[in-house]
Design a protein around this ligand. Structure first.
Ligand SMILES: C[S@@+](CC[C@H](N)C(=O)[O-])C[C@H]1O[C@@H](n2cnc3c(N)ncnc32)[C@H](O)[C@@H]1O
Length: 252
């Protein structure tokens, strides 16, 4: 099994420095509004990394957050830079959430975690653990890079090579642009829609829906507001093609 690159200190620090404006505008903001609308009061952030998403949730929702990651380096950065009284950061070992009891959280997210796991069995195990911890009628939200736009250059990253066919679970090179002109080179895996849908169902989830947000879904006025809020307007293919895939599923 390929080792999780995010356990490496240099990679963890570089990921922490990455400007995730695109992820915010076309990903995390949707996650936040779903959790807001479901009034989740205890949220599990699986694969929280350096805690950027957990902190944004804590600042905008009156919810407690259990934020877990298997990288001790990521948890170290999160605790140091994004400490918050509503967030409990924890290292997770062997995808085992035994420190969270059954039916005890009412919202769960996994952002850019499954693309970083090579083993489908492992992904299923994580989904089952998340299902176990969720209360009935709670939502699980997954954000990942869009398997249908592999090879497309977006303004802050490119996943895979243009024109190359990637088979089920095949390793891809992902390049994240850093402010320093340097690129953070990661290796992730090509998981098509059916991997998510099959395993969410196997884990017990229902009412599975998928969305592909892109910039042209917003009005000109909204885009102007976004550009002012994020001090960013170097958009590329994200105007017309969706960089991310967003799954929503319910534990009935
Ligand atoms: C690309 S980062 C995303 C971090 C955060 N979710 C975000 O959106 O900013 C992926 C994170 O998932 C963690 N991760 C990957 N596979 C994992 C697993 N099986 N169990 C726990 N954490 C995992 C990595 O250590 C890394 O911190």
């Amino acid at each position: 099994m390929t080792e999780n690159l995010f356990k490496d200190e240099v990679v963890a620090n570089q990921f922490n420095d990455y400007n995730d404006v695109l992820e915010q505008v076309l990903g995390y903001n949707f996650v936040l509004s779903i959790l807001k609308s479901t009034q989740a009061k205890k949220i599990l952030d699986y694969g929280c990394g350096p805690g950027k998403v957990s902190l944004r949730l804590a600042n905008q929702l009156s919810a407690d957050i259990v934020a877990v990651d298997e990288s001790a380096k990521m948890i170290e950065i999160a605790k140091r830079e994004r400490k918050h009284q509503q967030i409990d950061y924890k290292i997770v070992k062997k995808d085992n959430l035994d420190f969270i009891s059954d039916n005890s959280v009412n919202g769960a997210i996994a952002c850019y975690v499954f693309i970083n796991n090579q083993s489908e069995q492992r992904i299923l195990k994580i989904m089952r653990e998340i299902y176990r911890t969720l209360r009935p009628n709670s939502h699980f939200i997954i954000l990942d890079t869009n398997p249908n736009t592999t090879g497309v250059p977006f303004s802050t990253f490119q996943n895979g090579e243009p024109g190359k066919f990637y088979s089920y679970g095949e390793e891809r090179v992902e390049k994240l642009n850093l402010d320093s002109q340097e690129k953070l080179i990661l290796h992730d895996f090509n998981w098509p829609n059916r991997m998510y849908e099959t395993n969410l169902k196997r884990a017990g989830f229902s009412e599975i829906t998928v969305r592909y947000p892109k910039l042209e879904d917003f009005s000109a006025e909204q885009i102007q507001q976004i550009e002012q809020e994020y001090h960013y307007k170097s958009w590329l293919n994200e105007k017309t093609q969706a960089p991310f895939i967003l799954y929503q599923a319910i534990k009935k």
